[in-house]
Design a protein around this ligand. Structure first.
Ligand SMILES: Cc1cc2nc3c(=O)[nH]c(=O)nc-3n(C[C@H](O)[C@H](O)[C@H](O)COP(=O)(O)O)c2cc1C
Length: 429
């Protein structure tokens, strides 16, 4: 289930949320029209984005205005903006509803960002499995072109900003920003070594900014309402809103755009609490690659960047995966590693060899053919992946392993010693 929200999901409150007329009725495209008509200096827009406290919603939480300011000011080379609509992180399904339900706001956000960084070409790279979102984006772009909002001479200003949708081919790694650039260039999606960073040498070697869909779709409202409205949306300096995708063992899994800083217990109430009256055991608070936190920590957490970082995890993509007391942590980690061993691109040896090694070790454990020494080796293998790969996929593998073992090592050791789970009713060997 999905609920309307104040920023990226605001058209959802209306019938035909994706129609141009719906967006226009709430002031759609007025922000970019004002910017272009008044020739607002690019720096003014970038400063407003900095002041809003917006950080990237794609997982890494990099300050969005600061990233824009890295783009060279000179006009002697073509510059690109890339919108990351790959949305591959397990548990995450927020961007797809921006694409399918509020495509015109994303287009306006793309125009604002492109104007601010001086980009004349924008690629919106959509996850290959996104069928309806792709169709809706195509239709919305067609309408925006017809209105003179996109393409040559937009708003009769002489300015050109072209936008293209690109459909991926179903890989997780292509969501990594430099892998996405490789894919856009028609090559295999292998992440690039950095530096150089994309602002210096990105798509086709030209200055490029890459941002997540939710980040870019937030811009029209941030500029319309003002940075301090956004930054203080719920509580002072909280830094705006976030789409949370609450899944797992809750009564009513839901996707909601809420103020950052909302207590986790309130989030849980909004989804009807834990299923079947069970007790909460743990939460992966930001998509499957973020560190798991036990119930006692989560029940006292506010859902904002600083609080989750202080607790040893992160907001990531905002995918909140809730696990109840019936879960066997050995099974859950094995399931996650099955995904990561399949998605490793194979470019870096520690990840290519280490990820299936972790998976095999866990399978042996699940089959009752393991030892405490093998359990202890898991963190060692993860430690030899973390920080030793070209991209952060290495961390996405290592963080679940180390955090599951940090908080639930007793379950792994019990499994090794007894050949079955210590959780009542779970797998026997
Ligand atoms: C393995 C991997 C997968 C990623 N997948 C996505 C994704 O699906 N969508 C996304 O926006 N960012 C993804 N990222 C993060 C991007 O590399 C990048 O940080 C982000 O698109 C920047 O946008 P933002 O600053 O607006 O968050 C991924 C990173 C890694 C390492």
């Amino acid at each position: 289930m999905i609920e309307p929200g104040p920023v990226c999901y605001r058209t959802l409150a209306y019938p035909n949320s994706h129609h141009l007329s719906t967006y226009q009725a709430i002031g759609g495209y007025e922000v970019i029209k004002d910017i272009i008509t008044n020739q607002t200096p690019a720096d003014t827009i970038i400063e407003a984005i900095k002041a809003s406290g917006l950080v990237g919603r794609g997982g890494a939480a990099f300050p969005s205005g600061l990233k824009m300011s890295f783009m060279p000011k000179s006009a002697d080379t073509i510059k690109y903006l890339v919108c990351n609509s790959d949305e591959g992180e397990p548990g995450t399904s927020k961007d797809r509803f921006i694409l399918s339900e509020n495509p015109h706001q994303l287009i306006e956000g793309l125009l604002i960002a492109a104007y601010a960084i001086g980009a004349s070409v924008v690629y919106n790279y959509l996850r290959g499995e996104f069928d309806v979102p792709y169709q809706r984006m195509e239709k919305a772009l067609e309408e925006a072109r017809e209105q003179g909002y996109v393409g040559q001479n937009i708003f009769n200003s002489g300015l050109t900003i072209d936008i293209y949708n690109v459909s991926g081919a179903g890989s997780y790694i292509v969501g990594e920003e430099t892998a996405m650039l490789e894919s856009l260039e028609g090559k295999r999606a292998y992440p690039r070594a950095k530096p150089p960073f994309p602002a210096m040498s990105g798509l086709y070697g030209c200055p490029t900014t890459i941002n997540n869909t939710e980040t870019l779709a937030s811009l029209p409202v941030i500029i319309q309402q003002g940075p301090s409205w956004y930054k203080n949306y719920h509580s002072e300096n909280s830094g705006g809103t976030k789409i949370f995708c609450v899944s797992g063992h809750v009564m009513r899994p839901k996707i909601m755009e809420l103020p950052l800083g909302i207590p986790f217990t309130e989030l849980l109430d909004k989804v009807g609490g834990i299923r079947d009256g069970n007790r909460l055991k743990a939460v992966i608070p930001g998509g499957s690659s973020m560190k798991i936190l036990p119930a006692e920590v989560m029940l006292n957490i506010h859902m904002d960047y600083a609080s989750l970082k202080a607790a040893g995890s992160a907001i990531g993509t905002g995918a909140v995966i809730v696990l109840d007391e019936t879960c066997c942590m050995v099974e859950i980690l094995t399931c996650l590693m099955n995904f990561y061993k399949h998605e490793s691109c194979g470019q870096c040896t520690p990840c290519r060899e280490g990820t299936p090694w972790i998976y095999r070790t866990l399978i042996e454990l699940l089959n009752g053919k393991s030892s405490v020494a093998a359990v202890e080796s898991l963190c060692r293998i993860a430690g030899n992946i973390e920080g030793k790969t070209i991209c952060a996929f290495g961390e996405a593998v290592a963080w679940p392993v180390t955090s599951f073992l940090q908080h639930f090592s007793d379950e792994f050791i019990y499994f090794a010693e007894h050949g079955h789970s210590m959780v009542k009713g779970r797998k026997k060997s």
